[in-house]
Design a protein around this ligand. Structure first.
Ligand SMILES: Nc1ncnc2c1ncn2[C@@H]1O[C@H](COP(=O)(O)OP(=O)(O)OP(=O)(O)O)[C@@H](O)[C@H]1O
Length: 264
């Protein structure tokens, strides 16, 4: 029997009022690999990620997480596939998410931020939570900063705390929504390095990014969205190599980043 993918999305439709933002997306995220979602601003990348994490509810289509179908309210799959909220919550607990804005609690130290998630979400006793939090901070190279507040940390360090916080909850899928967009180039590099190591450890990752160099070197699969549609999908060499899809060419002209210049 073939292994179920970590994430499977079929014919996903998301509308905001009259605006159809995702018009029937199919996506498979294989286990233990990095899938990168790229595309112009407003193409629907974040919305797709947020639908997969159930931060937004899609209008139609199907999402499966680890083979568990989480259905939607209308369309071909119908109401019958919709799971009760508690079960959705259970499936969601396998997913860790990191956002563009780090979303740390400002009144808590780095250690406090990571430990608090374990206490509130997992019900772990504070002492055990702090031990685990310390180990996670060490994994992202921040043990020396554990006692610092977010305002005392660089943006790159804050994002690494946010990654440690997500990883502390022991997810088997990590979603990243433009995790380096608000960082300058040097700090971007340190966050991408942490993500690269996570990828090497075999974590299943779905990453929305404008860092084409990262996508090309770490991604197993690149998915290019434009105007809410999947235009191209394939290995980095297929998507970025020549001859290239015309819309990829246009996109690269606009978004080509430092890493990409040497890679492509
Ligand atoms: N909560 C919302 N309400 C209404 N429209 C929304 C909402 N969220 C997103 N949109 C619209 O959906 C479209 C896709 O937005 P989305 O953020 O998914 O794009 P994106 O590809 O991630 O863009 P970027 O690279 O700029 O982050 C945009 O037109 C946006 O204005």
């Amino acid at each position: 029997m073939t292994e179920k993918p970590a994430i499977k999305v079929e014919k996903l439709v998301k509308r905001f009022g009259a605006n159809t933002v995702l018009s029937g997306i199919d996506l498979v995220v294989p286990r233990g690999q990095v899938t990168c979602l790229i595309g112009p601003s407003g193409s629907g990348k974040s919305t797709l990620l947020r639908c997969i994490a159930f931060l937004e509810e899609a209008n139609e289509g199907l999402i499966e997480i680890n083979g568990e179908p989480l259905g939607f309210t209308s369309g071909e799959y119908g109401e019958r596939n919709r799971l009760p909220a508690a079960q959705i919550q259970k499936v969601r607990s396998h997913i860790g998410m990191v956002f563009q804005q780090f979303n740390l609690w400002p009144h808590m130290t780095a250690l406090g931020n990571v430990a608090e998630a374990l206490v509130t979400v997992r019900g772990m006793p504070r002492k055990a939570a702090e031990e685990r939090a310390m180990a996670q901070l060490s994994n992202v190279g921040l043990s020396a900063r554990a006692g610092h507040y977010p305002s005392e940390l660089s943006g790159g360090q804050q994002q690494r705390v946010a990654i440690a916080r997500a990883l502390a909850l022991d997810p088997d899928i990590m979603l990243f929504d433009e995790p380096t967009s608000s960082l300058d180039p040097e700090l971007t590099g340190e966050v991408l390095n942490v993500m690269r190591e996570l990828a090497q450890s075999g974590m299943t990752m779905l990453v929305v990014t404008h860092e084409i160099g990262f996508a090309a070197s770490v991604g197993s699969k690149i998915v290019f969205l434009d105007h809410g549609e999947k235009i191209v999908e394939g290995r980095p060499d297929e998507v970025f190599g020549k001859p290239r899809h015309e819309r990829i060419d246009q996109f690269l002209d606009t978004y080509l980043d430092r890493g990409a210049a040497t890679l492509l």
